[in-house]
Design a protein around this ligand. Structure first.
Ligand SMILES: Nc1ncnc2c1ncn2[C@@H]1O[C@H](COP(=O)(O)OP(=O)(O)O)[C@@H](O)[C@H]1O
Ligand SMILES: [Mg+2]
Length: 244
């Protein structure tokens, strides 16, 4: 499958000060790539930079193999979905009107999430957190984007809802969408992803297939994602076997 989005030697941050360094990430058509790491590891900064919302400090972002600096939403209008950490439902509009604003028909959304049927006329602000994220995701993938970036889609949601969301993401990938998801919790992401990058302290420390990562889940969780790793300020040695 073609590589849709890629970074080479990417450094980025805030006010000219890099917080992520030398990032090499590749996302191909039809695959789900998961970016894992503890709070503060640099996942959101990386995603924002790949989306062109933050400038690069060094290195480059390539779209379809060509270096790009323009925000992706401008370069690839309609072909690009970005779900940020903030919930993006219009609280005063019904679910139906939220979909309309995103150019997605209620029918299309119901194909993805039949459970939204009973709340089509409910205002966004009255939906549960899970329903809001289903709505957000339906709006993002209902138009079959070539690329989907999603930051902490499942934050604070019940495990069953997380599975629903990630299954829908999987179905988008299976029809060709290139997907990059950020997840603080590895286990669920690994169930659905094809490949995994683990970040720590602003760097990519592991680059694994999902199968390899599943075999090393305990290592990943212990060394990179635990509060112990955070408490020691990132000075935890990579688990036995080392970074890939
Ligand atoms: N707007 C900002 N200005 C300055 N520093 C920031 C800003 N946003 C995040 N950071 C810093 O960048 C680092 C990485 O943060 P972030 O990319 O949000 O991590 P993650 O998404 O993995 O939790 C952290 O040290 C954080 O404090
Ligand atoms: Mg984040």
């Amino acid at each position: 499958m073609n590589t849709l989005l890629q970074t080479r030697g990417l450094s980025a941050g805030y006010g000219g000060q890099p917080v992520v360094h030398d990032i090499e990430i590749e996302v191909r058509e039809g695959e789900i790539v998961a970016l894992l790491g503890a709070n503060g590891a640099g996942k959101t900064t990386t995603l924002l930079t790949m989306a062109g919302e933050l400038p690069t400090i060094a290195g480059e972002v390539l779209l379809d193999g060509k270096p790009t600096k323009a925000p992706l939403h401008r370069r690839a209008r309609n072909g690009f979905g970005y779900i940020t950490e903030e919930r993006s439902v219009f609280m005063g509009l019904s679910a139906r009107d939220n979909l309309r604003c995103g150019g997605v028909s209620p029918e299309k959304a119901l194909e993805l999430f039949p459970e939204l049927e009973r709340c089509m006329d409910t205002r966004g602000g009255l939906l549960s957190g899970g329903e809001q994220q289903m709505l957000t995701l339906a709006r993002a993938i209902g138009r079959k984007p070539r690329l989907l970036l999603a930051d902490e889609l499942s934050m604070g949601l019940a495990p069953l809802v997380v599975d629903r969301l990630l299954k829908a993401v999987r179905s988008a990938a299976d029809t060709g969408t290139a997907v990059l998801i950020v997840e603080q919790y590895a286990r669920k992401a690994l169930k659905y992803a094809d490949r995994v990058y683990v970040m720590r302290g602003g760097r990519i420390e592991m680059d694994l297939s999902a199968d390899q990562a599943r075999g090393r889940l305990a290592d990943i969780e212990a060394a990179y994602l635990s509060t112990a790793a955070l408490a020691s300020n990132g000075n935890v040695k990579p688990a036995a076997g080392g970074a890939a």
